[in-house]
Structure formats: C-alpha cells, structure tokens
Design a binder for this molecule. Structure first.
Ligand code: PGA
Length: 271
C-alpha cells in the first residue's frame, strides 16, 4: 500500500519567526490528519524551530539537502545525523535547483542560480544512500528540462535519472525511497504538466524502478508530482492513478493553500 503525501518545499524562504508561524498554521489546519503524510521542508536554519511546533502532531519534518559524510572538514555542509538530531524524518535529494547536469541555460530561464550547485547523478545516489543509512527517507527528484522535452528526450532522461539515483541499492533500500517527478520547466513557472502526461511519465519512473529492483517493486513506492501544484490543479493531479501526491514550492508558503492541497489529497487518495 502506497501512502499518499503532500510535501512543502519552502526552499530559501522563511526566517525563524515566519517559519514558526507557517508551521503553526499547518499544524492547526491539518496536524491531526491521517491517511496522508504531511511533510514540511524548511531551510536548515529553521528545522529545529519547526520541529518544536510540529511535535505531537502528524506533521513530519524534512530537510532540503544533505551531505553524505558523517562529519569532518566540509565547510558549509550538513550531515545526515545533524538532520536526524533536528527531528528530520525525510530529506529532499537531487532537486533540479541543486543538480548540475545542465550546461546551457534555456532562453526562458532567467535565474542563473538555478544551475550553480552542481549535484551530479552520482552525488544524488550517494546522498540518497547516506540518507537511508541514517534512517532518513530520501525524496529523490527527477525531471527533464524544457529543451530535453522539446527534443523528445523526456522518457530517456527520467529513466536514466531514476536508474542512476537507485544504483547499488538493495531491494529493501529501494523500498524505502520516495520519488518525485518534477519537470524543470513546470517548477515555479505556473506551468503545470498536464495531469495525464504527468501520470504517464510517472509510469516511466515506475518502470525504471522495476527495472532496477525487479517487477512489481514500484507498486509499493510513493511517487509524487512537483511543479506548480496549487489548489486549483491538485485534484486532477491526485486523481491520476500513478500520482501519489505532490512536492510543492510556491503554494506551500501559505498555510491556507498548503492545507487545501493536503485536504484534497486526503479526500481523493486517503484511506
Ligand atoms: P513549485 O516548486 O511548486 O513552486 O513549482 C516545486 C518544487 O520545486 O518542488
């Protein structure tokens, strides 16, 4: 049985007081909901403050990134154990805003920073394994750019990213990951991938999981869609059979809209 999920990726937003207020709004609205995993991913600096707010509720904590080493001379990095000590149960790995495989900016991509962090497929794999090894559930993001989609490469890119992310994991480890299909061109742009197309590509994600872990393995794995999920499109997305929920940026920054995403997911997919 796959658990539906709504995860809010706050990205580089919210100082401590803003984070606390937003988390309180989520706890008050959907903190006791069951049948849908509700996950908040604040910036590192706010993890502990948000952890204090969600204690005793059903809301779970995620980080947005991690480094794979346990400790040492890695200036600016954060280890898996540091995250678990803050109360994290999840960590986002390989978000397109952190990946570095893109060489040429697309014409419609005005924010240079989107490509500067340099996570390769191998780094994503190493980070995901480090997360699993510390008891964190990695939410592994995959997705094609607009140029790749227009070149007809969507399925190949997504399949290759999934296979690379899961490389060297055993079946039990693969069973412990969450995948998120996030077409890069739909993130923060207001352009949502059509629900039928998102469902189809998530089918490609599941086929890649089965290819690595054996037939049927993907049936138990939660796969999210991300990219401009909002209250007015969430229903048609989660009504699709392959889409188990969302990884949400913009619409997670207001408790009202995020809580609505959770409520609709519960209505459509919750047990
Ligand atoms: P968005 O971001 O909802 O603002 O498009 C999604 C994501 O980057 O995870």
């Amino acid at each position: 049985m796959r658990v539906p999920m709504m995860a809010g990726n706050w990205k580089m937003n919210c100082d401590l007081d803003e984070a606390e207020a937003l988390a309180k709004g989520v706890v008050e609205g959907v903190g006791s909901i069951e049948g849908v995993a509700v996950v908040l991913a604040p910036p590192f600096t706010a993890l502990e403050r948000v952890a204090n707010v969600i204690t005793g509720s059903n809301v779970k904590l995620s980080a947005q990134n991690l480094y794979w080493k346990a400790s040492g001379a890695y200036t600016g990095e954060v280890s898996p154990k540091m995250l678990t000590s803050c109360g994290c149960a999840y960590v986002i790995v390989g978000h397109s805003e952190r990946r570095g495989r893109f060489g040429v900016p697309e014409p419609d991509m005005t924010d240079d920073l989107i490509r500067v962090f340099g996570d390769t497929d191998a780094a994503v794999n190493t980070k995901a394994k480090a997360a699993l090894g510390t008891g964190l559930t990695p939410i592994i993001c995959v997705g094609e750019t607009l140029a790749e989609r227009e070149a007809g490469l969507t399925d190949a890119i997504v399949r290759d990213q999934v296979i690379a992310a899961l490389e060297g994991m055993d079946a039990a480890q693969i069973n412990g990951v969450i995948l998120a299909y996030e077409p890069v061109w739909a993130i923060g742009t207001g352009k949502t991938c059509e629900s039928v197309e998102a469902n189809r590509v998530i089918g490609v994600v599941r086929a890649a999981i089965d290819w690595v872990a054996g037939a049927g393995a993907a049936a138990d794995i939660t796969v999210l869609y991300g990219g401009s999920v909002k209250p007015d499109n969430v229903r048609e997305l989660v009504e699709q059979p392959e889409i188990d929920g969302g990884l949400v940026g913009g619409a997670s920054l207001k408790a009202g809209s995020f809580n609505e995403l959770v409520t609709v997911t519960k209505e459509v997919r919750g047990s």
